[in-house]
Design a protein around this ligand. Sequence first.
Ligand SMILES: [Zn+2]
Length: 459
Amino acid sequence: MNGNDVLRNITFSCSSVECQLPLPFARGSCISNFPSLMFATCREFSGRLFHLGLNLSCGISFKTSTFHPIAQLSTSHCLFSHHPLLSTSRFPVLRSARVSRNLSDFTHPTALMDLKGVLEVLEQLAPLSLAESWDNVGLLVEPSKPRPIKTILLTNDLTTAVMDEAVAMNCDLIVSYHPPLFRPFKRLLQKDWKQRLAVRAIEGGIAIFSPHTSWDSVEGGVNDWLVGGMGSGKVSVLSQAHSSGPQKHRLEFFCVNDEELNSLLEQLRHIEGSENFQCSALRNESGGQQVNLIFNSLALTAAVQILVSNPHAGRSLNITQVQQPPLLGCGQGRLSVLDEPVSVSTAVQKMKTHLGLPHLRLALGDQQTLDSLVKTVAVCAGSGASVIQGVKADLYITGEMSHHEVLDAVCKGTSVILSDHSNSERGFLAVFKQRLNARLGDTVTVAISQRDQDPLQVV
Ligand SMILES: [Zn+2]
């Protein structure tokens, strides 16, 4: 079976398709070329891209016109001609064995999704590796008895009221943006409200998942949604996310001739964990070689021991840490240079509409009025001061900042809009619900909590 055979088989019964491609394609032209070439008979599709370390992966979901469930096809070898780093294949090549196996999903239209399947979709929509290191994301409560996931409740915060709602609707999985379990517990007692919630989830067999800062970071996530409230603009990431692959080091050294270099490379190849080391060498006029090796940190010590045993390599050895590649479009906070600058008062109105709030708090920057023009906006959902503080912008938008943080911004002429913490995040649930629905199909009901709200009210 070649790539084209696969394509014909799949497109025959498609009505819509979602494509997930590696991050390098996120801003390339292939996102428009790829699906149209592959799926000419599809009526609609949407694409999102992601990058998992050095492994490029491609997952494609089809919603058939005949069957309710979504069949998922994925491959770890998806090759494109559009990107210089990748292969020369014109179309994505799906590994036939994997495709054949997954195509059988089409014959089980009534199959329900289990927790593992839903978690895979959640991970694809926002990889947990994007979360901050201090965070506590992912599956937080896993029931002992597996059951199909029929109802998912989305909430910003898992409060007692939201848990009541989840139990009443016979919910199987709660996706709580903020992690309800954060600090370690030493016991599970009724006197503490968070411990009570954990016990209720366990007794009710309800799974709990928290995405938190992975949703903030991912392209198209909470922060992109928040800055989108100000209208279109040139958006950049304030705190860039990087690939979470293994740490690597560059080893540079000199060899007097080819024989010496080949001997060293032969020894280096036998180091455990060095399977994928990269080598480049530049020959100088006297026949010597300036060598450049990239090693992962697990193999670094053994590699250095070999190199220092050689007098030429050892004397010239220079080691530097290699920066992980940036994950374009991902990270904390966003800065937007607006396509159409607006007045401060219009900015306030836009954000009230976007967040669905009757009131916001505004601090005008020094020398600014409600009519002053806003050209640049820095945003960070939640408590964003640590990310946006010091950023040069006409306006900051976040959920909460301390009195002194607001004073610092105002002194620099930057106006500040505060919405209260969770009001700057909650609206993204509706966006995420649509994405989840599109991926999970009709067998899963995705609901947004009606009881979830910011604890602070303007009275
Ligand atoms: Zn928050």
